[in-house]
Design a protein around this ligand. Structure first.
Ligand code: ZN
Length: 300
């Protein structure tokens, strides 16, 4: 209810704001089109999309992330100043699949002829949990390739003159994603243990890619610490499956992960959901790190 109130308020404020500045925006856009050296101004919702867009766009783009660093993106709500930044960009790339539960407020106040809106998960192989869409598609090295293709096509649609650069950067990155997938696909095929425990249920796509299975301390949206009964269930699961590592995320209940680990005599190891930039790692470094740690924990 509180969220809805703030969204409505944001919409009203933004409508007023847009009416107030629509003239200055259209003039700044037309001057942009005349200036070939000016970088495309791209706004993205969450961190992994920033890195994908920077990798594909290179020095032709300037990318800003809407969700501030170190904020849990599932908890984020856009503020009036965020809409202000958004309306002044050329393109807004979002993840889709419910990652941005506030996306309607953007669609209501920012029209497509002002800012090109790109749903980066268009056409991916969507994963569901019951009736819920799993938004964590970027944690699949396969689905991330489709997201990058969508980003590449969107950049080309606004900046045809640099098509070759975008195609080349995209192909390089796509190959790196595929190579990392191929390497770990072979490794995971060779082990019997497939279950691991993590902070929130972010790794469903990664599990599907490699035939693994996650159990989590928090749910799909990083909400709800386990009840004592659920915690007891996790403890029993760890004991009967000889689980020696509990993965912990910096933005989701690390304390519960620690409690669980001490109950079952397991080690706590950090894992990256990439929902924000962590430890200065690139997407590929963080993914390699995740896969390596999961593989090591399962092959113990
Ligand atoms: Zn998440």
């Amino acid at each position: 209810m509180r969220k809805r109130f703030f969204l409505t308020l944001s919409c009203i404020l933004m409508s007023l704001f847009i009416i107030g500045c629509s003239n200055s925006n259209s003039s700044s856009k037309s001057s942009k089109e005349n200036d070939e050296n000016k970088k495309l101004q791209v706004m993205v919702s969450i961190y992994p999309l920033k890195e994908f867009t920077e990798t594909i766009g290179g020095d032709k783009v300037e990318v800003t992330c809407l969700v501030p660093e170190n904020m849990e993106p599932h908890d984020y709500e856009p503020k009036t100043k965020d809409f202000e930044k958004l309306i002044n960009s050329d393109m807004f790339i979002y993840n889709g699949l419910g990652m941005e539960h506030w996306i309607d407020s953007v669609n209501n106040v920012v029209s497509d002829d002002k800012v090109l809106k790109v749903n980066s998960s268009d056409g991916i192989d969507v994963r569901k949990e019951g009736d819920l869409l799993d938004p964590h598609s970027w944690l699949s090295l396969i689905q991330a390739q489709k997201q990058c293709e969508n980003i590449k096509n969107a950049l080309i649609s606004l900046d045809e003159s640099n098509k070759d650069t975008y195609e080349k950067n995209y192909n390089n990155f796509k190959n790196q994603l595929q190579n990392l997938y191929d390497k770990y696909s072979a490794k995971f095929n060779g082990i019997n243990q497939k279950d691991f425990i993590t902070g929130h249920a972010a790794f469903g796509y990664l599990c599907r890619d490699f035939g693994l299975s996650q159990k989590s301390v928090e749910n799909l949206y990083g909400e709800g610490e386990p009840t004592p009964k659920e915690l007891e269930g996790l403890v029993n699961f760890c004991k009967s499956n000889n689980i020696k590592v509990i993965f912990s995320e910096s933005l989701a209940s690390p304390k519960v992960s620690e409690t669980l680990a001490s109950e079952v005599g397991a080690e706590v190891v950090p894992i990256y959901t990439l929902e924000s930039s962590e430890d200065n790692m690139s997407y590929l470094e963080a993914m390699r790190n995740n896969l390596d740690k999961i593989y090591n924990s399962l092959s113990k």
